[in-house]
Design a protein around this ligand. Structure first.
Ligand code: ZN
Length: 395
């Protein structure tokens, strides 16, 4: 099945996998950005992300992949609101609203947002120059809500515009909890919308669960009457016969395929929530690779497992600039040797020769030893230095 996405929002393309992967940090990104202004072509507005991987299993991130901060918001402490879009048939784990009945989509969001899978997203804090000054921390989930959409917005095929309108209508009516915000007023809430069997989604003409279509996407409502920006994810049913039962993950369990896709969209929403209203490679995009897309796209269809809350959840690997495609970053503290500070921490310039890693980096990037050991130098640790520096811990 050809998997291709062209959408205003960003979408997950999940491909069949032959097996799952354990957490690893073996694929160092080779990408290196010019310290000068990044040269890149603006994509035609609105932002579109087209990826065709045609079922080829990627063992690592594409060469040169690197998420670059574009100036937009992230989500500080995500509050996930799982939403069932109307009546109909859902897989039991999706429709479950019980907090105790075993693994469910609700428990997935509740647990994954306090897991190690979330911890490493601090790499994408925006407490940096020109940033929105947000630190990404743990999140929460509220129990799953079921809405009753207007009939006009609940046909066999439902457009993204209808989903946005319905979401705003439910917020106005108070049947869905209003968005919550961090102390600085940045939106924290993410509505993860699930659809029953037989519903087809159209995102700007691109269909769900068909060849050339998508498995899921996340988007942004610019303004929901009085509620401000709204972040949401769209998840069509993936059960047998849906079309998303092939091409969106090869687990025997539909639920595992759904959590994999859901993890992709969730972490993208956290690190790039405003993409749905972005029109250029710049603000309000947040962490975005002009070639490879968002954090989930770079590692599309590479699976792993997160054990948290008493359950083993299937997730998709997400991209760490320092490590490549990972589930959980290995925490390794490289020896500083005779250096003034850790190579994993930004700071003053280091002296070539203080350890082998610094020597290697400064031989190709003298800035790091002449001017300062900035975030690019830190980023080069994983791509240039060998073990034990390969697995660069958080500074
Ligand atoms: Zn994506």
């Amino acid at each position: 099945m050809a998997n291709k996405i062209v959408g205003r929002a960003t979408a997950a393309i999940m491909l069949p996998l032959l097996g799952s992967f354990i957490a690893a940090c073996s694929s160092a990104p080779a990408g290196e950005e010019s310290r000068a202004t990044e040269a890149e072509a603006l994509k035609s507005a609105p932002v579109s992300i087209a990826k065709t991987t045609d079922g080829i299993q990627q063992a690592s991130a594409p060469a040169g992949a690197k998420l670059i901060y574009r100036g937009g918001r992230v989500i500080s402490n995500v509050q996930v609101v799982p939403v069932l879009y109307g009546s109909g048939t859902y897989i039991s784990q999706v429709s479950s609203t019980s907090a105790t009945a075993g693994a469910s989509m609700f428990s997935f969001y509740r647990d994954i947002t306090v897991s190690t899978y979330f911890d490493w997203l601090t790499e994408y804090n925006t407490t940096i120059s020109g940033g929105t000054n947000q630190a990404i921390g743990h999140g929460t989930a509220v129990t799953t809500r079921q809405i009753t959409p207007a009939a006009s917005r609940n046909g066999t095929t439902i457009t993204d515009a209808s989903i946005q309108a319905e979401l705003c209508a439910q917020l106005s009516a108070g049947t869905l909890p209003a968005p919550t915000h961090d102390a600085a007023g940045n939106n924290n809430t993410y509505y993860a919308i699930f659809f029953p069997k037989g519903k087809h989604i159209s995102l700007g003409g691109t269909p769900s669960c068909q060849a050339g279509g998508f498995c899921a996407y996340h988007g942004t409502v610019a303004s929901c009457g009085g509620k401000g920006e709204v972040y949401y994810g769209v998840h069509p049913d993936m059960s047998a016969g849906s079309g998303c039962d092939t091409g969106c993950g090869s687990n025997a369990s539909t639920f595992s395929n759904q959590t994999s896709v859901a993890s992709h969209e969730l972490v993208e929403a956290v690190t790039d929530p405003e993409i749905g209203i972005a029109t250029v490679i710049g603000p309000p995009l947040a962490w975005y690779d002009a070639t490879n897309g968002e954090i989930g796209d770079i590692c599309n269809a590479q699976l792993g497992t997160v054990s948290v809350g008493g359950f083993n959840y299937t997730v998709q690997k997400e991209f760490a600039n320092r490590c490549g495609c990972i589930v959980t970053p290995p925490i390794v503290t490289p020896p500083a040797g005779a250096c003034a500070h850790s190579v994993c921490a930004t700071g003053g310039s280091l002296t070539s020769g203080c350890n082998s890693c610094v020597t290697s980096i400064c031989s190709v990037d003298p800035f790091c030893c002449n001017t300062s050991w900035d975030s690019i130098c830190v980023g080069e640790v994983s791509s240039i230095c060998g073990p034990p520096y390969t697995n660069c811990a958080e500074p």
